[in-house]
Design a protein around this ligand. Structure first.
Ligand code: SAM
Length: 283
């Protein structure tokens, strides 16, 4: 377990993931009934982009740095507003280069009646996460293997909510593992929303992952993917994607506005592709 998200916080992949996460949370919060968020690979919750780790890679400059560089078109700005408001609030509280991880975004975009289960395996990161979430009784931090947690914690008592699965992909075979673990969780809770994050390096590996999901039991999967390069070199971190199982009905429409706006800001090569389409439709 060498991966530390502090080196990567706020990069182009975080921006896409957190923008989508915020849209899903806004949709869940539109109904009074309580929901649960389960984050199986939660990280430390709150990042400092002036930290030694972030300074070393400077990845955030090509992500949240570029996004906040100049005003966005009105329609994209409106859809990003909840996410950008979280960033503003976190910066007002923690300093001008603070950046919220998925737990902090979930915490700030949920209500009194909602609950948040955060799982982080690295003991030091789990401790940092516990400190970042301290005092919020709606949040439970568990130092545990996220794959075990994914199987153990669904369905949540609320029977509404979302599961974010955001592994570090530092071991080979994690795409296969993600497809298999998601299928198993879905058979226990087929009505929850799942956000399955994946990196795009070698597009053939990604295509195999998509086929594995398409060939499994899961239905109603929206694929959201954005590259920042042309994707020609399979050794590079060319982009990232999210498979959203049981997406809010509004998400496809939101992404039609957001993907071109995010791509225009974040791409490094002209013509870097993006897509939002149905990997598998409803049964
Ligand atoms: N979801 C976070 C966010 O958006 O702010 C970022 C998570 S980061 C990509 C992946 C995290 O998973 C790291 O903090 C790492 O320590 C943790 N991790 C690695 N293996 C794990 C496992 N088997 N179970 C749970 N957490 C794990």
């Amino acid at each position: 377990m060498n991966y530390r998200h502090a080196f990567h916080a706020g990069n182009f992949a975080d921006v896409l993931k957190h923008a989508v996460l915020a849209r899903v949370l806004v949709h869940l919060a539109a109904k009074d009934a309580p929901f649960r968020v389960i984050d199986t690979h939660a990280g430390i919750g709150l990042y400092d982009l002036a930290s030694e780790e972030a300074e070393r890679t400077q990845e955030w400059r090509g992500g949240i740095g570029r996004l906040l560089d100049a005003p966005l078109a009105a329609d994209a700005a409106e859809l990003l507003r909840p996410f950008l408001d979280v960033i503003d609030d976190v910066r007002a509280q923690h300093g001008p280069l603070a950046y919220p991880g998925s737990p902090e975004i979930a915490r700030r975009l949920s209500r009194r009646q909602d609950r948040i289960t955060l799982v982080e395996k690295h003991p030091r990161d789990a401790e940092a996460l516990r400190e970042a979430m301290a005092g919020d009784k709606r949040v439970k931090v568990i130092a545990l293997d996220g794959w075990t947690a994914l199987n153990a914690y669904v369905p949540p008592a609320e029977k509404r909510g979302l599961v974010l699965v955001d592994p570090p992909f530092e071991e080979t075979g994690e795409l296969d593992r993600l497809a298999a673990a998601a299928a198993k969780a879905w058979t226990k809770w087929s009505t929850g929303t799942y956000l399955l994050w994946y990196p795009v390096k070698d597009r053939r590996e990604v295509a195999t992952f998509h086929e594995a999901v398409r060939g499994g039991p899961i239905r109603k999967v929206l694929r959201i993917e954005m590259l920042v390069t042309g994707g020609g070199d399979p050794r590079l971190f060319n982009g990232s994607g999210l498979l959203v199982v049981n997406p809010p009905w509004t998400l496809e429409r939101d992404m039609a506005v957001l993907l071109p706006a995010l791509s225009a800001r974040l791409r490094r090569e002209a013509g870097a592709p993006f897509r939002c389409d149905w990997l598998s439709p409803e049964a």
